[in-house]
Design a protein around this ligand. Structure first.
Ligand code: PBG
Length: 323
């Protein structure tokens, strides 16, 4: 009955027709670039497992941001590699910590660039876990104090958004209260609400020097098998005051992004994580796929699933190609 009246190929015949009926847009403004700041001066060290990404000292990261400011990106998100690590993650909430210094310098040089800070302890603890260890596991409620102090210190340094990524229970509420008390009631919280215990974080842990020294993160990050639990995580974070929510990783979790989009009306992001980036780059280096096309296709898929914005190591490339 439908054929030959209906011929789906009619609207695919030219680039102009295809553009007219395109359902999903991808723009540089949808992309947020993660950056890694480290101690020192004039440091720009390529991360072996993430070609094209660098650990950069504050002066270098500021120069980088000056170039990015005109690229039309949604913003950047900062991760820190501290001078030294300890049991108490003191570098995470130090007023002159690496991220705090970077934020202040970046906002001074680039007031129009949106700067998000990742709020977590794993880069700052000697054991590499995301919180305070008591009896062999991360203690939830004691860790909340560190997170709240870290968020307030980022706010004081000038962050535009703080983004807790640790997966402790109650952290959004704890951070919201601390920010409000410190006079930052207008500072938004982007919660990594549904963060899965994923093998795709492997390259990041080299970049941020944050691999756990014992065990794994499965007592706080989510089981990749669970979708309903992800909805509960998001619901709780929204109740606690999250302004924006994030699903992480992205491409292997498109169903979670779609479910979240259909259920919640808060702005929704997705994190195309280090492993998602590195496997595309590695395959392209072997000549197995076309990097530009694979990159745009994967990012478009994440947008199509329902993400308003995407944290991606390809943000620079997107701006270069589509800006
Ligand atoms: C910190 C954090 C991680 C990532 C973002 N924030 C690592 C982890 O949970 O081990 C991963 C990002 C990426 O892989 O690109 N908790």
């Amino acid at each position: 009955m439908s054929f030959p009246a209906h011929r789906m190929r009619r609207l695919r015949a030219s680039a102009e027709l295809r553009r007219l009926v395109c359902e999903t847009q991808l723009e540089p403004s949808h992309c947020i670039l993660p950056l890694f700041v480290c101690p020192g001066e004039g440091v720009k060290r390529e991360i072996g497992s993430m070609p094209g990404n660098y650990q950069m000292s504050v002066d270098v990261v500021v120069k980088e941001c000056e170039q990015l400011q005109s690229a039309g990106l949604g913003g950047i998100i900062l991760f820190g590699i501290p001078e030294s690590k300890d049991e108490e993650a003191s570098g995470a909430y130090a007023a002159d910590g690496i991220v705090q210094r970077a934020v202040t310098a970046i906002k001074r040089a680039c007031p129009k660039l949106l700067v998000i800070t990742d709020v977590c302890n794993c880069e700052y603890t000697s054991h590499g876990h995301c919180g305070k260890i008591v009896g062999g596991d991360v203690d939830n409620d004691l860790t909340l104090e560190w997170l709240a102090r870290t968020a307030v210190s980022h706010a004081r340094a000038g962050a535009d958004i703080v983004a807790p990524s640790d997966m402790m229970d109650g952290r959004v509420g704890a951070i919201r209260r601390a920010l409000d008390q410190a006079g930052f009631s207008n500072l938004p919280i982007l919660s990594y609400a549904a963060k899965f215990a994923s093998s795709f974080y492997g390259p990041f842990r080299e970049a941020a020097e944050s691999a756990p020294q014992f065990g794994d993160r499965r007592s706080y990050q989510m089981d990749p098998a669970n979708a309903r639990e992800a909805m509960r995580e998001i619901e709780l974070d929204v109740q606690e005051g999250a302004d924006l929510i994030l699903v992480k990783p992205a491409l292997p979790y498109l169903d979670i992004i779609r479910m979240a989009r259909d259920r919640f009306d808060v702005p929704l992001g997705a994190y195309q994580v280090s492993g998602e980036y590195s496997m595309l780059v590695a395959a392209a280096r072997n000549g197995w796929l076309d990097l530009e096309r694979a990159m745009l296709e994967s990012l478009t898929a994440i947008r199509r699933a329902g993400a308003d914005f995407i944290l991606t190591y390809f943000a620079r490339e997107v701006a270069r190609l589509l800006g």
